[in-house]
Design a protein around this ligand. Sequence first.
Ligand code: 4AD
Ligand code: MG
Length: 470
Amino acid sequence: MEIKTIKEINNLVREYEKNNASPEFDINAPVNLIGWVRSNRCSGKILFISFSDGSRLNSIQLVLKSDELEGSFEEIKNARTGAAIIVSGNIVINKNDDEGQRFEILVKKAKLLKQSSEDYPIQKKEHSMEFLREVAHVRPRTNKFYSIMNVRSELAFAIHNFFHLNGFKWVSSPIITANDAEGAGEAFNVTTNEGENAFFNRKASLTVSGQLHAEAYAQAFKRVYTFGPTFRAEKSHTNKHLAEFWMVEPELAFCDLEKLMILIESFVKFTIKTILKRCSEEIAFFKKLEGNENIDEKLNLVVESNFQKLTYSQAISILKEAIGNGKANFEDNNIFFGMDLKTEHERYICEKYVNGPVFIYNYPKQIKSFYMKLNDDGTTVAACDLLVPGIGELVGGSERENDYYKIENRAKELNIPLDDIQWYLDLRKYGYNKSAGFGLGFERLVMYICGVENIRDTIPFPRFNGNLKF
Ligand code: 4AD
Ligand code: MG
């Protein structure tokens, strides 16, 4: 068997250790690797190269001895950080393993494929996240970004897997649309050089949510989800808003708010469990970062806990009480029924009051979207947000208004142009018994699982107000 990646070598060594194999265990299988130099150090007639090939987070050490090497020792000696090389040799198990390097490669043959220039921006020292954001084209070559982006990739698979296992169909909701689903006026316009309405004969924008289209498909398939990019021209300079982000939006016919909250909880737990299982190296890496020491305990706790539930009214009382007895002092201490909770309020509730994920539900209708089902009290809607420590809102969902006249009235009250959403309202005329769904910000979930402080570090090339680099 020819071994071609660091990941394969790691698996082989793991087998070797598990079987308590003798040193004669066939670890001598030839190894052929192609990849990049992370660092290169020469000590007399020996080179030590830290080498990575993208197959696994941790790099490995290559050992090259000048008098045993086939190929130019001098050429390889000059390979700089970032250079592409190809090597072949054998695995050597490290007996005195102090730096966590359980094995290394004794290289017999090596070739420099492409040198890297002296101005390569990533050096061995630790770089700040701010600096790395400026060099987003090379930051995936750092351990931090390799780990975050690998979790992101695994998470996307886990999401599709969850829905696939639970009988949901994936629907591609359109990216260009004529309606601002959330009615929040945050859509980007889509135009050509010929002017605003020239192409589609009407105003077009980038989607802020795939929900409305998902609802149409839920009426045929019962359980559907969309998972794609969404766009919002939000000028908020926070650590949790992007102008382009990915959203997961399931929609279920015949579902109410209570069942929806059960689904959200099992969905979040499933994705976390999958990452704990599939990305143990990355989680171990995050644990070593400042402020992240308990990340695995935190995630395990989420998986094992029951998410608490509070009504919006209860949340308001909790916040008032906390201010009253001096437990909390917010930038905005003006707490009243009908206010939109700010991140500081959400974080107090999940971090201080609950200390874990918490649902807030039955929000006043005036702070929520037009499509949400009005409760019997006439003032609140059957909506829920899932708040998590460190972030605040991770998920927003609701039961949808199924009454044609009520939803039409609500849209009129909010001055939403009916022409644009007539098809959506019409769904209520054709057997629309019930429907409920939620939206989860994919990058916020990556933030939460990896313990990343800024959402700009959870997507390869972040887009936000004032920034369209790369
Ligand atoms: O709460 P939102 O606005 O809900 C919707 O869009 C509904 N249509 C969802 C549905 O019921 N199908 O957004 C859903 C989630 C938020 O909870 C948040 O996690 C994320 O999307 N989100 C953002 N993430 C990054 N940057 C932004 N600017 C975001 N805005 C919302
Ligand atoms: Mg929301």
